[in-house]
Ligand binder design. Sequence first.
Ligand SMILES: NC(=O)c1ccc[n+]([C@@H]2O[C@H](COP(=O)([O-])OP(=O)(O)OC[C@H]3O[C@@H](n4cnc5c(N)ncnc54)[C@H](OP(=O)(O)O)[C@@H]3O)[C@@H](O)[C@H]2O)c1
Length: 216
Amino acid sequence: MRIGILGSGLMGGKLGTIFARAGHEVVFSYARTEQKLNRLAREANASARAGTPAEAAQSADAILLAVHWSRIDDVLNQAGDLSGKVIVSCSLPMNRDDTELIIGHTWSSSEELAKRLPTARIVSAFNTVPSEVLFEVYESRRRARRPSLVYCGVDRRSKKLAADLIRDVGFDPVDAGPLRIARYTEPFALLVARLAYEGKGGPELAYRFERIVRRR
Ligand SMILES: NC(=O)c1ccc[n+]([C@@H]2O[C@H](COP(=O)([O-])OP(=O)(O)OC[C@H]3O[C@@H](n4cnc5c(N)ncnc54)[C@H](OP(=O)(O)O)[C@@H]3O)[C@@H](O)[C@H]2O)c1
């Protein structure tokens, strides 16, 4: 296949290299310097080359979108018309310092992209998270004495109640944020990473509180 890489950083650089070495024709584009793109192409193999985002996109069978969320508009403007293209996106909708998701928890970055590119075919992939998101987890892990129990939701009062209940039954509550809608990937990517990094001893259980109603 001909694969256009939009964003040749950690993700685009590595994945483009893997694709090229697997025999695909790869065009690396969008880095701060042309030298970087040329180096990636040279090191990948003979079927890789450097180009502009428009060159990477126009002849591609598939496009890898691998820029920070804050660069999406810029790279898409440079890429030009993407009608009918398969776009595999690994861009998580994070804020500039990569500490929080900025897309609402009732829709995903793929849906946001699909709104901007209604005639393209968007696929969300490589849904892991930047390590900055986990700093808080490392911190709480250091203090953890008991197994933890993950909880999530948007209503502040309900969440306090949930955390108190969890403490009462002998677990450390871990607030997984406003996770509400199971079919969207990004909040889950964050939660799964949190669970993985909790490491030995926890978490033992993960519950999902849809709603807690206080009876009068
Ligand atoms: N890293 C991960 O483990 C990981 C995992 C999953 C998802 N993601 C997501 O994948 C996306 C890309 O992540 P990444 O780690 O590959 O990002 P990155 O290393 O920062 O790569 C982004 C690319 O954009 C280029 N760029 C930035 N500003 C630019 C500008 N003003 N003009 C031209 N090019 C510019 C960078 O150029 P330079 O190469 O010159 O810096 C780089 O090639 C992000 O949305 C991230 O959340 C990352």
